[in-house]
Design a protein around this ligand. Structure first.
Ligand code: ADP
Length: 210
């Protein structure tokens, strides 16, 4: 809500409240020679966006928050689960050949590798697969667990982690994606993934005030 473009009237309301708050809706309306009903939607928007606060019987007052502060507040409400997509998971014993086919069929850049108990065992990126393909004649008999990045070196997150913290990990570790996991007895189950695409989508929606 914080990045909305304010209308001229909303700017006027903000000025009035800034200089005269706390002030009732009635009095704001008087100053603008408008009816209380006409102003209601504007007051609702300004309150929801966090510019104004309303107290019953006291009126409106200015919160003093800048749009950057409001943007940051909203950013800190976005969780991994709000933007995660479905993970593409393969067994650690499939061949590099089959993993490459899966990358194309599923249209993803990274595969998550699990053991026979469906617990997270490793990660396979495009470059891992390319590296294994160079000079390797028989990709059908090379199991992915030989070439994957393996536990405990996997960077992961939980569904309730802040998306901004997940984004930070992507940058710090210089990776394209992070599995969203759920801890279970004996290991971690992969329940989602956050990629740079998910972060980009969140970024755009935040700007579009969704
Ligand atoms: P690419 O290799 O296609 O550029 P990445 O930058 O994601 O893709 O991967 C770089 C390396 O980091 C690869 O060796 C990959 O196995 C590893 N990697 C990718 N994601 C993770 C992760 N979440 N945790 C640990 N290592 C990862």
């Amino acid at each position: 809500m914080s990045t909305i473009e304010l209308t001229k009237r909303q700017e006027q309301i903000l000025e009035i409240v800034k200089n005269n708050g706390p002030i009732t809706g009635e009095h704001i309306a008087d100053r603008l020679s408008l009816t209380r009903a006409t102003l209601r939607p504007d007051l609702a928007i300004l309150t929801m966006a966090g510019y104004l606060d309303a107290r019953p019987r006291v009126g409106y007052f200015y919160t003093g928050k800048t749009s950057t502060q409001l943007l940051t507040e909203n950013l800190k409400k976005i969780l991994a689960k709000d933007y995660q997509s479905l993970p593409v998971v393969v067994n650690e014993n499939i061949s590099v050949y089959d993993a490459i086919v899966t990358v194309f069929l599923e249209d993803v850049g990274t595969l998550y590798v699990v053991d026979d108990d469906s617990h997270l065992a490793g990660v396979l990126s495009r470059k891992d697969l390319l590296r294994a393909s160079i000079g390797n004649k028989d990709l059908t008999s090379l199991p992915v667990h030989i070439i994957m990045t393996r536990m405990p070196n996997i960077t992961y997150c939980k569904k309730d982690d802040l998306l901004i913290e997940v984004a930070r990990k992507l940058i710090e570790k210089q990776i394209d994606s992070i599995p969203v996991v759920k801890e279970t007895a004996g290991g971690m189950e992969v329940i989602g993934r956050i990629t740079k695409t998910n972060i980009t989508k969140a970024f755009v929606e935040l700007a579009d005030d969704k």
